[in-house]
Ligand binder design. Structure first.
Ligand SMILES: O=C(O)C(=O)C[C@]1(C(=O)O)C=C[C@@H](O)C=C1
Length: 273
């Protein structure tokens, strides 16, 4: 089949699909999956050339599951997409009255908490596998509504009852493009890595020092349970620059000697804001 196969959360109409088409343009041929796990499993079984997964939302923070899968996966990050997320309240009928249930992805329900509390305080909130799935259900079940984007509204011929219902208009989700290899240097790159710090005083400071010594700017630091012991953590770090850039390379060599565990998840061009 023609085009670049891209595994992403489905069905058609998700923000993940929109992120894929933003990155790959007209060439993207989506391979729809039912979960983030499914995207990784499909990619590891070579069902698609690339995958697109959400990794962080500006209101709700890190998407832990994506970070957890990146640790053990042989896949590398080759790109990122920052997508403004406009959530809309969608329904078959053109009125607010009579909505007893609102479907949405858990992230979306969380991004629209204030709106739901103020406008539909009595409606049941039901988390489903994606926004597009929420729209699909709302199109079939009378008395229900969905939180989803315009793409899903159009596919399921739903009425937009309220536009931009996210709690903050800057709501943005960052997606990662994953594939077999990371990207070549572009001159405006980011490198993502994961590391562990031995549990002793000053060890975290020792891990961060190579970056400052080599003038490498850190854009993100996130901790996640390592799942290898109680209160044992992994640290996800994003830095400016490509792993092949001299300063990043030197910092990584120093880090390798100090970290209990270190894995470079990939270098890739920074998303345009
Ligand atoms: O891609 C979609 O449409 C999704 O339902 C997933 C997802 C997510 O997991 O964060 C994607 C972007 C939005 O932040 C809300 C939900």
């Amino acid at each position: 089949m023609e085009g670049i196969s891209v595994a992403c959360l489905g069905p058609a109409g998700t923000f993940s699909e929109e992120a894929a088409s933003r990155h790959f343009g007209q060439d993207a041929r989506p391979v729809f999956c039912t979960s983030i796990d499914d995207v990784f499993d499909g990619m590891e079984a070579r069902a698609a050339r690339f995958g697109v997964v959400p990794v962080e939302n500006s209101l709700e923070g890190a998407i832990g599951h994506t970070l957890d899968r990146l640790v053990a996966s042989p896949l590398r990050i080759s790109g990122e997409v920052a997508l403004p997320i406009r959530q809309h309240l969608l329904r078959r009928e053109g009125r607010l009255e009579g909505i007893t249930r609102v479907y949405g992805h858990a992230q979306s329900l969380a991004q629209c908490q204030r709106f739901l509390k103020d406008t539909l305080p009595l409606a049941e909130r039901v988390a489903v596998s994606s926004n597009a799935e929420a729209a699909r259900l709302a199109a079939r079940e009378p008395g229900t509504a969905a939180l989803a984007g315009k793409r899903a509204a159009a596919i399921h011929a739903l009425t937009i009852l309220a536009e931009g219902v996210e709690d903050d208009p800057t709501n943005t989700t960052r997606f990662l493009v994953i594939g077999e290899t990371s990207a070549a240097p572009s001159g405006h790159d980011k490198t993502s890595l994961v590391m562990s710090a031995p549990n002793r005083p000053g060890s975290m400071l020792a891990l961060l020092r190579p970056f400052s010594r080599h003038g490498v700017s850190m854009t993100k630091l996130e901790s996640r349970p390592s799942r290898r012991g109680l209160w044992d953590y992994l640290f996800f770090v994003d830095v400016e620059g490509h792993a092949k850039d001299v300063n990043v390379r030197h910092a990584l060599v120093e880090l390798e000697a100090r970290a209990g565990y270190l894995k470079v998840l990939g270098s890739y061009p920074m998303a345009r804001p």
